[in-house]
Design a protein around this ligand. Structure first.
Ligand SMILES: CC(C)(COP(=O)(O)OP(=O)(O)OC[C@H]1O[C@@H](n2cnc3c(N)ncnc32)[C@H](O)[C@@H]1OP(=O)(O)O)[C@@H](O)C(=O)NCCC(=O)NCCS
Length: 177
């Protein structure tokens, strides 16, 4: 059993495709999430964030999925279900997608999105949306996993640490085949 202060980086291995398990998060995943994704955050903040997600999941409001590789949680995504207003109940959005730096470009992000899409379809969701910062890796990534741009707010996102502004790119994937 690893101690909570054991944050040794794991070997990521060669950049070959990996087959992760995608499953709903558990509270005990918080330690791996902190170690592999949020090393800059105090463990209690990560525990609190996972706990909040689990409470929202119990109410059907969201679903925190994790990617597990070789027994370690190395990626996550949140599906937020639009319960209100009722004319938007066929929509859900993706938030907080991240794959640990050492595990990127191995198909984990794609696997997380496919897991999220499958979970959304089980909830009768027809449109899966995401809002990304223009000019970042998220833009080509979401295009590669089946999303199309439906809107762009030029200069819509401000860098909280500087004077720069970025486009907010609104993207959607139609889940009805
Ligand atoms: C975006 C992110 C989740 C992608 O995860 P990933 O596991 O590396 O992505 P995948 O390996 O599944 O990539 C699937 C496809 O997306 C595209 N893609 C992924 N990373 C890319 C990059 N850096 N540049 C261009 N295209 C990229 C490629 O087409 C890739 O397929 P390929 O590897 O066969 O060429 C990851 O880069 C990340 O965590 N980034 C930081 C957080 C972030 O930007 N999150 C999105 C917030 S909206």
């Amino acid at each position: 059993m690893r101690k909570p202060d054991d944050v040794r980086p794991l070997s990521s291995g060669p950049r070959h495709p990996a087959t992760p398990t995608i499953r709903p998060a558990r509270i005990e995943d918080a330690l791996d999430l902190r170690d592999h994704l949020f090393a800059h955050l105090p463990i209690l903040d990560v525990v609190s964030s996972v706990q909040t997600s689990l409470e929202r999941a119990a109410k059907g409001e969201e679903l925190l999925l994790v990617a597990v590789l070789a027994g370690r949680v190395v990626g996550q995504v949140v599906v937020t279900f639009h319960l209100q207003p009722s004319d938007c109940a066929h929509r859900a959005s993706l938030d907080r997608l991240v794959v640990g730096h050492g595990w990127q470009r191995r198909g984990l992000g794609r696997a997380l999105v496919e897991g999220a899409a499958a979970a959304a379809v089980r909830r009768q969701v027809r449109l899966l949306t995401v809002a990304v910062r223009g000019g970042t890796v998220a833009e080509p990534f979401f295009r590669a996993v089946g999303f199309n741009e439906y809107g762009r707010l030029r200069g819509g996102l401000a860098d909280p640490f500087g004077g720069q502004f970025y486009d907010e790119v609104l993207m959607v994937r139609n889940l009805v085949v």
